[in-house]
Design a protein around this ligand. Structure first.
Ligand code: WTA
Length: 663
């Protein structure tokens, strides 16, 4: 029998896993009474999160819920995120490593940045930003690969009270321009390029193209990643562009007093996808967000200062903000960031990093775990992974099979796995097991965290009984929640609250947060989140709006109409399928396919590129003319078609089905 067969027989039947004793005996949270205690003591229970921070001015009130859903947390308190993540650790940990930066292998550029060095560089860059004109509350945009200057730039902004707005480096020039325009952001931090699978890739050209479409003047800071030893694509800095290293040199040794920020002052904005075509500017604040990421890093990821923690996400997504940068650094630990691909130079790259650095916690996405499984257990077997104490997953549902593979081959059956459900909007973890307290059930994220009131409801907002399925809701506010959508309170209410709240009421009990996910609940309160119920697709754990992709497809010359849906995929979770009606005089299908792919890459980025483009003379529509995407999704997934009786053109779905099957 092979190893995998063994796993099959031994673990396949097991659906509950107790936390390993070796873990429990040292865990940060071990008291099962915490659930009841937080419920009885809500919202004051969240003082436990605030207590992890070092406030300049103590807060007056834990929660001000006088104007729902515009909740305020730790009101009257003041703090600075850069002080929390850097300065306050100096007395004890100046010479300990804050950031282990791992570059691509042959480049040999790895950097261990101590808290002392981090303090120095954050201060110098904060001084430089001020000199460039960045003032308190000015939004600074970043479009950066995974270089050390990225977390340094976040902390430098936080230091001077300038909210950052990070646009994932894989997003296109137009996506960057749209977000800079929406946030009135006059500053951009980018890099000349980065290494990927041995190649020095150009990045600056894309950022520049974006800046060209911004409606106001922009000052750009360029990090020199490729340097003299790489191909820097011949970039010479232009007017309004500043070299990062020159700026640091000019401010060598300068210190900048951290600006005292009100708990409710904005720490950052992050644009994310929703139902409509326009990205939503999620606003997070200083006190609540930092308390939330610190508390969950401690309680869920079991982070301790002496750990070497590794989250494989990109800082361009919320997971990187909360669980590479802010949570771990607030706790004074060592956080690891990796520039490259998991399979370069070989498929054991992550295991090599874990082995080399003696990583204690590893946090990744189910899509990555499915790839690890496909590559095979021989890759982790090459390395000593015994330093690992805890594993985590985030971004999409994980099925029991990859869960068990992860548990056995990476965790050696000695590490609990936390399957963490949360969103850009929630700031940090919401539903997951506390690893030192709760049993794990592969496939289910677990119960809501203590103090988090998650409920599964039916279409009328009535709670479904144990064993039931419906829509996930959160019935009480929490400190890490988004405060609004940037400059759009109305859309904030519309998107997240209107569905299940009495929006005329000023009683917080009448306000219910709706994350737009479907979920099931069992008789022990374990929640399995099934996926989005809105027009959002989750490609390799990356959140994309089908409406945004649709508008890119339609912009391609020769496309008359299009519908984009998410189709199930074994590796990526979901992939994009585009159903397209061409204009009469459009080019041939191959040309059109290329044109559509190019339009999507240009307007959003390569991650949104359709895996399949299906040309069809018609799209299924209701009598009122709405495209029935659900039917297209069923076709893409090869499922039995649901009810087609409400269609104006029922025959068309059979034609499309035949077309797809025939391919
Ligand atoms: C999905 C990523 C199931 C969910 C942190 C959510 C998950 C969306 C899980 C948010 C999980 C995230 N199990 N589904 N453990 N974690 N999701 O904003 O659909 O990029 O609404 O935040 O990812 O994606 P976002």
């Amino acid at each position: 029998m092979t190893d995998d067969d063994n796993l099959e027989t031994r673990l396949a039947e097991q659906d509950v896993f107790e936390p390993p004793e070796s873990f429990v005996s040292q865990a940060n949270v071990t008291d099962a009474g915490i659930y009841e205690e937080f419920e009885e003591n809500w919202p004051e229970c969240w003082e436990a999160a605030a207590d992890l921070l070092d406030w300049y001015e103590g807060y007056d009130e834990v929660l001000d819920d006088s104007n729902p859903p515009f909740y305020e947390w730790f009101t009257g308190g003041s703090l600075n995120a850069s002080h929390e993540c850097v300065d306050r650790h100096l007395p004890e940990r100046a010479d300990e490593v804050a950031i282990e930066w791992v570059g691509e292998p042959e480049d040999e550029a790895d950097r261990s940045i101590t808290y002392g060095e981090l303090h120095r560089e954050v201060n110098e860059f904060a001084a430089a930003l001020r000199e460039l004109g960045v003032g308190e509350d000015d939004v600074v945009t970043m479009h950066m690969p995974m270089v050390p200057a990225h977390p340094i730039a976040l902390l430098a902004c936080a230091r001077i009270g300038a909210p950052h707005s990070v646009v994932f480096a894989g997003f296109s020039a137009s996506a960057l321009a749209e977000r800079m325009n929406a946030a009135d952001s006059e500053y951009l931090i980018t890099a000349d390029g980065y290494y990927r699978r041995g190649d020095a890739l150009d990045h600056l050209s894309k950022s520049r193209e974006g800046v060209a479409d911004v409606e106001h003047d922009v000052e750009t800071v360029v990090v020199d990643r490729l340097g003299p030893n790489g191909d820097d694509h011949g970039h010479e800095l232009r007017e309004n562009e500043h070299d990062y290293d020159d700026l640091l040199a000019a401010n060598e040794g300068t210190t900048v007093e951290p600006v005292e920020r009100d708990a409710e002052d904005m720490l950052f904005l992050m644009y994310t996808s929703g139902t409509t075509g326009k990205p939503k500017g999620v606003k997070h604040t200083t006190g609540g967000y930092l308390a939330w990421t610190a508390w969950t890093s401690q309680a869920v990821l079991d982070v301790k200062p002496e750990d070497t923690y590794f989250c494989s996400a990109d800082i361009g997504w919320i997971t990187g903000h909360s669980y590479i940068v802010y949570g771990p650094l607030a706790l004074g630990t060592t956080t690891t960031m990796y520039e490259g691909a998991p399979d370069y130079p070989e498929e054991d790259r992550f295991w090599e990093i874990i082995d080399d650095l003696d990583v204690t916690q590893f946090y990744t996405a189910p899509t990555a775990i499915r790839s690890f499984m496909k590559w095979g257990a021989e890759y982790p077997a090459r390395h000593d992974l015994s330093s690992l104490r805890l594993l985590g997953t985030v971004g999409e549902p994980i099925n029991p099979k990859p869960w068990k593979w992860y548990y056995k081959h990476i965790g050696g059956e000695e590490c609990p796995i936390v399957d963490t459900w949360w969103q850009t909007e929630t700031g940090g973890h919401m539903i997951t097991t506390l690893p030192g307290v709760k049993d794990m059930k592969p496939g289910s994220a677990g119960p809501a965290l203590p103090g988090v009131d998650a409920q599964i409801v039916d279409g009328d907002g009535e709670e479904v009984p144990a064993g039931g399925a419906g829509y996930l809701t959160v019935q009480k506010p929490w400190p890490g929640m988004l405060r609004t959508l940037y400059k759009n309170d109305e859309r904030f209410i519309e998107e997240y609250w209107a569905e299940y709240s009495d929006t005329d009421s000023d009683d917080p009990a009448d306000w219910v947060y709706f994350p737009e996910d479907g979920a099931k609940i069992d008789d022990e309160g374990y929640i399995t989140v099934v996926g989005r119920v809105d027009d959002v697709v989750n490609v390799s754990g990356h959140r994309l709006g089908t409406m945004e992709i649709e508008s890119a497809v339609v912009s391609a010359e020769g496309v008359a109409e299009a519908a984009v849906v998410g189709a199930d995929d074994d590796l990526k979770g979901e992939v994009v399928h585009a159903y397209v009606i061409l204009e009469g005089d459009a080019a041939d299908e191959d040309t059109m396919r290329e044109r559509i792919e190019a339009a999507v890459e240009e307007q959003i980025g390569p991650i949104a590129r359709p895996a399949k483009v299906v040309f069809t003379p018609e799209l299924p529509k209701t009598r009122s003319g709405k495209i029935m995407r659900r039917l297209l999704e069923e076709i893409s997934d090869g499922e039995e078609l649901g009810n087609t009786s409400t269609l104006r053109n029922p025959e068309v779905v059979r034609d499309i089905e035949a077309e797809v099957r025939g391919e």
